[in-house]
Design a protein around this ligand. Structure first.
Ligand code: HEM
Length: 447
C-alpha cells in the first residue's frame, strides 16, 4: 500500500455520503500500474479516450486515484475546503525536508504561504528583472554561432543563478558550492522521491547516501549564510528572499526556525529552476519550428511591447506542459466532485497536460498557435500550468516574468534559425518534462 492511501486526518464534521466513483477501466490493475509507471501521460490519454474526463484507477504511487481532466471538476478540486481535500503524499518534501511548504497542510500551509508570497510577488519581482537580464547576458556571451546546440543546459544555468541571487542576494563566491551541488541533487532527488524510503542509506555511494551527503554539505553552507545575513548591518534594507524570511513573522509573532528556513530555501531552489528551464527549452524548440512566430517575436523584441511574447510563453506552457499532474488527497469521509462521491483515502490527480489538450477549450489542440491569446487572456479554468487554489505554484509570477525577460534578452541579441527538423520528443526527468534533445537551435549574434 502506498503512503498516499494511509494518509488520513481526523474526520471532519460533514457526514459521509454514499460513494459513487467515476468509471474504472477494464484493464487489469497490474497493467494500469505498469502503464502509469512507464508513461503516465500516454496511459491517461488512452484510458481517457474510452472513459472521458474523469475516471478511477490504481497507480503504484498514489494508490486508489481519481484522474480528473475536466476543467470545471479540476477547479472544484483546487477550490475544495482544505479540511476536506489536502496535500498528496508522497511528494517532494521527502527529499526537501519537513520544513518545506510541500510538507505542510491546512493552517500550517496557509501560514507559510503568507510568509512566502511577498518575496515572490509585486515589488520584489521588479528587483529580480535586472537579475534575469544579467544572467541571460552572462550565459549567452559564449553561445556558439552557426552551429546547433541545446538550450536546455544554458537555461538551467540561467534559472539556477537567477533563483540563487533572488534567494541569497549578492552574487558572491559563497554561492559557488550551491551552484555545484543543487543541480545533481535536484536530478537525484527527482528520481528518488517517489520510491519507498529505505530505513538506512546503504553507504555514501548509494543513491540515498549521496542525497544525505548533499544535505550535510547544504546544511553547513546554509547555516553560515544565515549567520552572515543576521550579522549584516544592512539586514533591514535587504530585499533578498532569505533576508525577507528572516525578518518576517507569523501572525502570532513567532519566526521560522532555522531548519524550516533551510528546507524552504532548498524548496525554492529546487522547484524554481528546473521547471522554468524546461519550459524555456521547449520555447526554443517550438519557436524554431514556427518561422511566422519567430518573425513576430523578433520584431516585437525591439519594442517595449510583450503581448506576443507572453502569448507564445502561454502557448508553450499549454502545448508542452512540463508538470503533468497536481495531486490532492481526500481527508473528508466523502468528497462530492460533480456527480461523483469520492471516499476518504483516495488521491485525486488533476491531469494538467490532458486538460490542456481539450479541443472544446483549445480548437485544434495539436497546433502551436500563440494567436489564441492575442487580445484575450487564457481561461483560468482550462489553462493551468501552475496548478490552482491554495497550493497553486507560489513561484508562478516569478517564473512568468523570468521567462519573458530571458526570451526578450535572447531575441534582442540573437537571430534564431528556423528549422524543418521534426519536433523533439519529450523526456521525463522525474518531475519535469524536457525536450529530449535539449531544445537545439542554431543562433547568430545580431550585428
Ligand atoms: C514554469 C515554471 C514553473 C511551473 C510550470 C511550475 C508548476 C508548479 C505546479 C504545477 C505546482 C503544483 C500546484 C498545485 O498543486 O496546484 C507548483 C508548486 C510549487 N512551485 Fe512551481 N512551477 C514553476 C516555477 C516555480 C518557481 C520559479 C518557484 C519558486 C521561485 C516555484 C515554487 C513552487 C512551490 C514552492 C510550490 C509548492 C506550493 C505549495 O504546495 O503551496 N515554482 N509549481
Amino acid at each position: 500500500m502506498s503512503d498516499a492511501t494511509i494518509t488520513t486526518k481526523p474526520p471532519t464534521a460533514s457526514p459521509a455520503l454514499p460513494v459513487r466513483l467515476p468509471p474504472t477501466p477494464r484493464v487489469p490493475t497490474f497493467l494500469q500500474g505498469v502503464g502509469f509507471s512507464l508513461s503516465p501521460k500516454w496511459t491517461i490519454a488512452q484510458i481517457g479516450r474510452r472513459h472521458g474526463d474523469i475516471f478511477t484507477m490504481k497507480t503504484p504511487i498514489s494508490g486508489r486515484t481519481v484522474i480528473v481532466a475536466d476543467p470545471g471538476l479540476a477547479k472544484q478540486v483546487f477550490m475544495a475546503d482544505t479540511d476536506a481535500v489536502g496535500n498528496i503524499q508522497p511528494n517532494l518534501s521527502r527529499v526537501l525536508g519537513p520544513g518545506s511548504v510541500f510538507a505542510l497542510d491546512g493552517t500550517d500551509h496557509r501560514r507559510r504561504r503568507k510568509l512566502l508570497t511577498p518575496p515572490l510577488h509585486g515589488k520584489s519581482i521588479k528587483n529580480y528583472e535586472r537579475i534575469f537580464e544579467e544572467e541571460t547576458l552572462r550565459e549567452t556571451a559564449n553561445w556558439p554561432e552557426d552551429q546547433a546546440f541545446g538550450t536546455l543546459e544554458p537555461m538551467m544555468r540561467i534559472t539556477l543563478n537567477a533563483i540563487l541571487r533572488a534567494v541569497f542576494g549578492a552574487d558572491g563566491t559563497h554561492l559557488d558550492e550551491l551552484r555545484r551541488i543543487i543541480p545533481p541533487w535536484v536530478t537525484l532527488g527527482s528520481r528518488l522521491f517517489l520510491l519507498p524510503m529505505p530505513s538506512r542509506t546503504y553507504g555514501p555511494y548509494s543513491p540515498w547516501g549521496r542525497l544525505a551527503v548533499y544535505r550535510k554539505r547544504y546544511d553547513g553552507l546554509i547555516g553560515r549564510l544565515i549567520d552572515a545575513v543576521h550579522a549584516d548591518p544592512n539586514l533591514d534594507t535587504r530585499d533578498d528572499v532569505l533576508a525577507l524570511l528572516l525578518r518576517s513573522t507569523y501572525e502570532d509573532g513567532s519566526t521560522m526556525s532555522r531548519q524550516d528556513i533551510g528546507d524552504e530555501l532548498l524548496t525554492l531552489l529546487a522547484a524554481g529552476h528546473e521547471t522554468t528551464a524546461a519550459t524555456m527549452g521547449w520555447a526554443f524548440e517550438r519557436i524554431s519550428r514556427h518561422p511566422d512566430v519567430l518573425a513576430q517575436l523578433a520584431a516585437e523584441a525591439d519594442t517595449d511591447g510583450n503581448e506576443y511574447r507572453q502569448a507564445t510563453i502561454l502557448e508553450v506552457q499549454r502545448s508542452r506542459t512540463v508538470i503533468d499532474f497536481a495531486g490532492r488527497h481526500v481527508y473528508a469521509p466523502t468528497f462530492e466532485l460533480g456527480e461523483w462521491v469520492i471516499p476518504q483515502g483516495y488521491s485525486i490527480l488533476v491531469a494538467i497536460a490532458q486538460v490542456h489538450q481539450r479541443s472544446q477549450d483549445f480548437p485544434d489542440p495539436e497546433r502551436f498557435d500563440p494567436q489564441r491569446y492575442i487580445g484575450q487572456r487564457p481561461s483560468t479554468l482550462a489553462h493551468i500550468p501552475f496548478g490552482g487554489g491554495t497550493r497553486r505554484c507560489v513561484g508562478a509570477t516569478f517564473a512568468s516574468v523570468e521567462m519573458d525577460i530571458v526570451l526578450r534578452t535572447v531575441l534582442r541579441h540573437f537571430v534564431i534559425d528556423a528549422t524543418t527538423a521534426p519536433a523533439e520528443k519529450s523526456h521525463f526527468r522525474g518531475v519535469a518534462h524536457t525536450p529530449k534533445k535539449g531544445g537545439r537551435i542554431i543562433a547568430h549574434r545580431r550585428r
